[in-house]
Design a binder for this molecule. Structure first.
Ligand SMILES: Cc1cc2nc3c(=O)[nH]c(=O)nc-3n(C[C@H](O)[C@H](O)[C@H](O)COP(=O)(O)OP(=O)(O)OC[C@H]3O[C@@H](n4cnc5c(N)ncnc54)[C@H](O)[C@@H]3O)c2cc1C
Length: 417
């Protein structure tokens, strides 16, 4: 079923009885050409582009929970292409272009809203760093506008410009940055993959990876063994555990990252705003809730909930930047498991096992990467060659030291990203 205005009109007069389930619920087959481990954003987009770009459809996405239960449904929905370093710049630039055509491509409303993202700076040194970043973005073909204090004031009149410790000096505006509804992205890709014949198998946990003579032959699951010619790991925060099933030790630490949502309010924050002197960022959802977050909880964990010290830290940053927020009531908070790589950049690569692929290391920025990651991973799985935009996301950069992309400049400590 294609979604369009006529369909909505028709259903309104026929009791809303014509809508079909958005994807099937098939039993797993005994064998597939390709098995993807993980039905998050990256697994679903990979399945979609394998089918759409490469005509491969004998594919299963195995998801241990339900579609949307992982980070794809837990993030703070920010979509941007404001990376600095070669390797990341072209990848995220490609991703943003895919976002811009995604709704018509998927025939699904993912509520992509290019409302503009403003990174604030609070010192001369920070201004210099953002000028460099903005120039890198423009060189890459993306957009960046340097705002002085008055320029920021026109966009964000409600923030505290004269905080004694962190006065606002200006900001870097990325007009094409914004948000998208996170779970709709999962649903849209799931629907698109299903329509092309991909089997989405929910409640199916992979418990083992079968390897024979250095070649992958299939997986063991909670719903029985499944043979496969190729197996692609794409399990985000659980990547370390899944790769261990193939005898691999990934350079990944799993950390908790929390998100917070207030009660619904009238429109007050039009952009995505990022505080430069604390790890705090905020936007307002279309339902009216202020959606915000901060830094990692700073301990490794597989829990999908966070702890109070980071909540306090995030609330303090919020109050410092925009004291008005103290009047809003926080309704909900939750956590997701971040797959933190040593340099803060991802991995999309083959492994030492023939036919086994790895996609992970998305840190806390993998939502905006969903389209380009799926595109590049599908290319790698289908052709055996890395896609141009993701050629630097090699696994061996952490053993050779060549090609490290340390965006944050924090060195080799995961939890400082
Ligand atoms: C609070 C928070 C805020 C964030 N904010 C942003 C943001 O604003 N912008 C941004 O770009 N990124 C953001 N991120 C990061 C982004 O959400 C992730 O990097 C990205 O979603 C990870 O990829 P995914 O969608 O494939 O992960 P997931 O949705 O977690 O998918 C992985 C799937 O693998 C499944 N799985 C694991 N083990 C197995 C197994 N053994 N068998 C079968 N299935 C398995 C899991 O159940 C899960 O569904 C945020 C994350 C969090 C938690």
């Amino acid at each position: 079923m294609r979604y369009n205005a006529w369909q909505i009109f028709k259903e309104a007069f026929t009791g809303q009885t014509g809508w079909k389930p958005v994807w099937r619920d098939p039993e797993p087959k005994k064998e597939y050409d390709i098995v993807l481990i993980g039905g998050g954003g990256h697994g679903l987009s990979t399945a979609y582009y394998l089918a759409k770009n490469h005509g491969l459809t004998n594919i299963a996405v195995l998801e241990k929970g339900y579609i949307g239960s992982g980070n794809i449904g837990r993030n703070t929905t920010i979509v941007r292409a404001n990376y600095f370093l070669p390797g990341n710049s072209e990848f995220y630039s490609h991703s943003l272009k895919l976002w811009e055509g995604l709704e018509s491509d998927l025939n699904y409303n993912v509520m992509h809203s290019q409302r503009g993202l403003i990174n604030l700076f609070h010192s001369d040194g920070q201004r210099d760093a953002f000028v460099r970043r903005g120039n890198a973005m423009i060189n890459q073909g993306d957009d960046a506008v340097l705002l002085d204090r008055d320029g920021v004031r026109q966009h964000l009149p409600y923030i505290d410009f004269d905080n004694v410790r962190f006065p606002v000096y200006g900001g870097l505006l990325h007009p094409r940055g914004g948000t998208a509804r996170h779970d709709a992205v999962a649903w849209g890709y799931a629907r698109g993959a299903d329509q092309r014949g991909v089997d989405l198998i929910q409640n199916c946990e992979v418990t083992g990876i079968d390897i024979s003579n250095g070649k992958v032959t299939g997986v063991q699951t909670s719903r029985g063994p499944i043979r496969a010619k190729k197996v692609a790991m794409v399990a985000a925060g659980r990547s370390g555990q899944v790769a261990a099933m193939a005898g691999m030790r990934l350079p990944i630490e799993s950390h908790v990252l929390q998100a917070f949502v207030t009660e619904g309010l009238k429109p007050v924050i039009d952009h995505v705003v990022s505080f430069g002197m604390g790890h705090f960022y905020i936007s307002q959802s279309d339902k009216g809730g202020l959606v915000f977050g901060g830094d990692l909880d700073f301990y490794s964990s597989y829990a999908q909930r966070g702890n109070l010290p980071m909540k306090e830290h995030v609330m303090e940053a919020a109050m410092t930047l925009m004291p008005m927020i103290g009047k809003a009531k926080v309704l909900r908070s939750w956590g997701g498991i971040m797959d933190m790589s040593p340099d803060g950049s991802p991995i999309i690569d083959r492994t030492h096992v023939d036919g086994l692929f790895v996609n992970c290391g998305w840190n806390y920025g993998g939502f905006k990467a969903v389209p380009a990651s799926g595109w590049a991973y599908a290319h790698l799985i289908a052709t055996g060659k890395p896609h141009d935009t993701a050629a630097r996301y090699r696994l061996d950069r952490f053993t050779t030291g060549r090609g490290i992309m340390d965006e944050e400049g924090t060195g080799s400590q995961h939890n400082l990203h």
